[in-house]
Design a protein around this ligand. Structure first.
Ligand SMILES: *Cc1c(COP(=O)(O)O)cnc(C)c1O
Ligand code: SF4
Length: 357
C-alpha cells in the first residue's frame, strides 16, 4: 500500500446536472464558473524538479528526480513567485524540492506515523478524538510538501462520488457525541464549489453537527482559490465554519496570499494557522516570530506548531523536541500570549494532540 496523492487532473472537475440539482445551496451556481481563475492557476502549476530549478535559476542537479517519481513535484506559480531567485536554501523551495535525503531509510520513520489507518472507522472517515470526526474528502493537493505525513496515505481507496460518502455520513449521523466535522485530505478545497456545497449541505442535514472545520493549504499556496463563490459556499450554511490554513514561514504570508487571508477574515470566518516545525526552514526564533506576527496582523490566529510526524522520507526535516521547546519559550518572551501557537505532537492512541510544554 504505497499509493501517493494522485497527480492533479488536467481537466477540470465538473459536476453532473444530477449532482447540481441535489443541493439547494447550489442556486446561483452557473456552469461557466468552471473556468475559474484558480482552476487555470492549478493547471499551470510546475510539475517537475527540472522546471522548478530552471525557473529559479538553479542547477537542475540540486533536485532529486528519483524522489519525485514516488511523490511528484507540484508547485503553483503563486508560491514559486514568493521564492528567492537563485537561492537553493530558500525556505519555501525547501518545502517542495525533492532531495536525496528522502531516499535514506531511517527506522522510526514509517508509512503511517500517526495511526490514520487504525482510526479509519468508515471509508474516508477518521475518528481519533471526542466530539469531532475528520473526513478525507480527496487525495489531491495544489502543492506537494515533502514532509507531508499523509504522503503515503492510500487515497485511492477513499470515496470518490457523493454516494460513496453515504457510509461515512451515516456514521456521523449515528454518533450523537459529534458536534464538528473536519474536512481534510489531501486538500478539501481542491473540490469544485459545487461538490463542496453538496458535501457541506449533507453534513448540515445532520442536526447534532454544529461546526464544520476546513483544513486547507490552498489560501497559502493557491490564493486565487479564495474567491467570492467559495466564500459564499462556506458562509451559506447554518454550520459555524472554522478555517485552518497551513503556513510555515513568514515569506509565505505576502502579496496575493496576504490578500486571500484578508478576504477570508473579512468575510467573518474565524481563521487559524497551523505550522510544522521544520529543520532548515522555520527552526529559528526570528522566522517563527515573524510568522506569528504576520498571521496576527492579518487576523489569522496561530493555532498549532506541530512536531514533525515521523513519515518515511522526512527524517532530514526533524527538529529535536528540546529545541522546539526552547523556541516556544523564546516566542513567549517576544509575543503577546495570543500570538504563541501550541507546540504539539500527535502520539498514536492519545485522546488529543499532545502538548510538548
Ligand atoms: C488532528 C486531528 C483532529 C483535530 O484535532 P484538534 O486538536 O481539534 O485540532 C481531528 N481528528 C483527527 C483524526 C486528527 O488527526
Ligand atoms: S498541502 Fe497538506 S496534505 Fe497536501 S502535501 Fe502539503 S502537507 Fe500534505
Amino acid at each position: 500500500m504505497s499509493a501517493t496523492p494522485q497527480m492533479l487532473p488536467n481537466s477540470k472537475q465538473t459536476a453532473t446536472p444530477m449532482e447540481i440539482s441535489n443541493s439547494a445551496l447550489l442556486e446561483g451556481y452557473r456552469p461557466e464558473n468552471h473556468g475559474s481563475a484558480w482552476q487555470q492557476d492549478l493547471k499551470q502549476a510546475i510539475r517537475t524538479p527540472g522546471e522548478l530549478c530552471e525557473r529559479l535559476g538553479l542547477d537542475p542537479e540540486v533536485g532529486n528526480h528519483a524522489a519525485s517519481e514516488q511523490f511528484p513535484v507540484v508547485v503553483p506559480e503563486s508560491f514559486l513567485k514568493r521564492m528567492k531567485f537563485g537561492d537553493p536554501g530558500d525556505p519555501l523551495l525547501r518545502q517542495v524540492l525533492p532531495v536525496v535525503e528522502e531516499n535514506v531509510s531511517v527506522p522510526e520513520f514509517v508509512g503511517d506515523p500517526v495511526g490514520d489507518l487504525s482510526a479509519r472507522t468508515e471509508k474516508g472517515l477518521l475518528q481519533k478524538y471526542r466530539g469531532r470526526a475528520l473526513l478525507i474528502v480527496n487525495g489531491v493537493c495544489a502543492i506537494h510538501c515533502r514532509y507531508c505525513f499523509r504522503r503515503e496515505y492510500p487515497y485511492l481507496e477513499e470515496p470518490k462520488s457523493l454516494e460513496d460518502w453515504q457510509p461515512a455520513l451515516d456514521a456521523v449521523a449515528a454518533d450523537h457525541s459529534l458536534s464538528e466535522v473536519i474536512l481534510s485530505g489531501g486538500d478539501p478545497l481542491m473540490m469544485t464549489d459545487a461538490r463542496l456545497a453538496q458535501l457541506i449541505g449533507r453534513i448540515a442535514e445532520i442536526n447534532h453537527i454544529q461546526r464544520i472545520r476546513i483544513h486547507s493549504r490552498l489560501p497559502i499556496v493557491l490564493p486565487s482559490r479564495v474567491d467570492q463563490p467559495l466564500i459564499d459556499v462556506i458562509s451559506g450554511t447554518r454550520l459555524q465554519t472554522v478555517f485552518v490554513v497551513h503556513a510555515n514561514h513568514p515569506a509565505e504570508l505576502v502579496n496575493d496570499c496576504a490578500d486571500a487571508l484578508r478576504r477570508l477574515v473579512q468575510s467573518g470566518i474565524p481563521t487559524l494557522n497551523q505550522a510544522v516545525l521544520l529543520r532548515g526552514i522555520n527552526d529559528s526564533v526570528e522566522s517563527l516570530e515573524l510568522l506569528c506576527k504576520r498571521c496576527v496582523n492579518l487576523g489569522v490566529m496561530p493555532y498549532y506548531l506541530h512536531q514533525l510526524d515521523r513519515v518515511s522520507g522526512a527524517a532530514h526535516f526533524e527538529v529535536p523536541v528540546e529545541q522546539g521547546q526552547r523556541l516556544i519559550e523564546q516566542l513567549r518572551e517576544r509575543l503577546p500570549g495570543y500570538a504563541v501557537p501550541k507546540y504539539v505532537q500527535e502520539i498514536v492512541g492519545e485522546p488529543s494532540k499532545t502538548p510538548l510544554l
